[in-house]
Design a protein around this ligand. Sequence first.
Ligand code: NAP
Ligand code: G4F
Length: 367
Amino acid sequence: MSVCCRDEGIRASRRAAGPRGAEAPLTRRALITGITGQDGSYLAEHLVSQGYEVWGLIRGQANPRVRQLRQLLGDVRLVRGDLLDQGSLISAVERAQPDEVYNLAAISYVPMSWQQAELTGEVTGLGVLRVLEAIRVCSGISASRSPARGQIRFYQASSSEMFGMVRESPQTERTPFHPRSPYGVAKAYGHFLTQNYRESYGMFAVSGILFNHESPRRGAEFVTRKISLGVAKIKLGYERQLRLGNLSARRDWGFAGDYVRAMQLMLERDEPADFVVGTGVIHSVEDLLERSFKAAGLDWRDHVVTDAAFIRPAEVDQLCADPSRARDELGWEPKTGFEELVAMMVEADLKLLSSGGYAEDSFGADA
Ligand code: NAP
Ligand code: G4F
């Protein structure tokens, strides 16, 4: 393709003076796909606090989350685009002229990936290809033309779901993948493709293999938030029961606000590399229930009902990170422990519901 959307003159001079160059730094510019999601909102806040100019990719003609995003972060610039639409991604990169692209957009809810497997493959898998292609085309990179100094750096949101039926525990950057859902398979595709663009074209393209991370902004469909909302509804007398699936599944749960720091650190490095990001501490859904109900002075055994409707066709029984490489090479460590995270989420949902907020508000009481 001969499209070259980059204004090489402006970019080259901005780059030369950028934070990785020798002269005084100008503002670094980041484009975030998935900015209306949990991680997108925390990453945007973090990058703004680091002095970045942040651009966010927004899909749909009247995305209801945009208003909330604007309330949370007034100075983020928005550009329209969709991971299903190659042309829109090229236009977005051309318009934002980013130094860094964070690809967080995905269909991220695992059960939905069985219901809409093809769409999940398109968005969560092929969407990565389209973002990488937008960067490659806009940068004028080809098999015979390597990236120039100051190239666009790319972060891919890979997932511990790729480990699936784990071959060893804890999981490291070298643990083989055995995904258990169409979502996990799509993420593995995006992960290998990111590696491949690094190896084929010399692009600074990396993946963070992130373990489950949660917050008061977590979607209401995920188990941590479903439980914190359930606790709040029961405590406030709106409901009596909470229906859940597999209570023995175990996860390495951390705080999303901590994990977005690792994303940015990965793009700061001299050499591109992939990193596992997690706490190294594992809890069962039952532990999560115990702790969440206790935070509101309740006993989960009085309220939780197991429901086969929430059992998955194939389960990931346990996930536990070995984050040694992130600690040693990025200097990254989580600051928020499991108990603090659970208390934060229950407290936020009690506040949200008692002040008349909607449970499905994307950014919860945190915003
Ligand atoms: P999330 O809250 O579900 O956010 C997903 C984002 O993707 C939303 O902003 C959504 O935008 C956007 N999106 C969906 N389809 C799109 C499309 N066709 N084009 C453009 N944007 C689209 O997810 P999250 O928890 O923040 O996770 C961020 C990323 O990390 C995801 O890729 C997820 O798979 C991955 N990940 C998450 C975790 C975790 O524990 N949170 C762990 C490992 C990896 P709309 O507002 O338009 O729907
Ligand atoms: O909260 P979950 O839906 O998260 P899951 O499937 O681990 O996926 C999340 O983390 C991944 C990283 O490992 C991300 F890549 C992915 O995008 C997403 O953010 O479920 C956690 C566990 C599962 O074992 C599930 O079977 O909780 C179990 N569970 C039990 N009852 C339930 C329920 N999960 C949900 N969502 N709803 C239930 O009623």
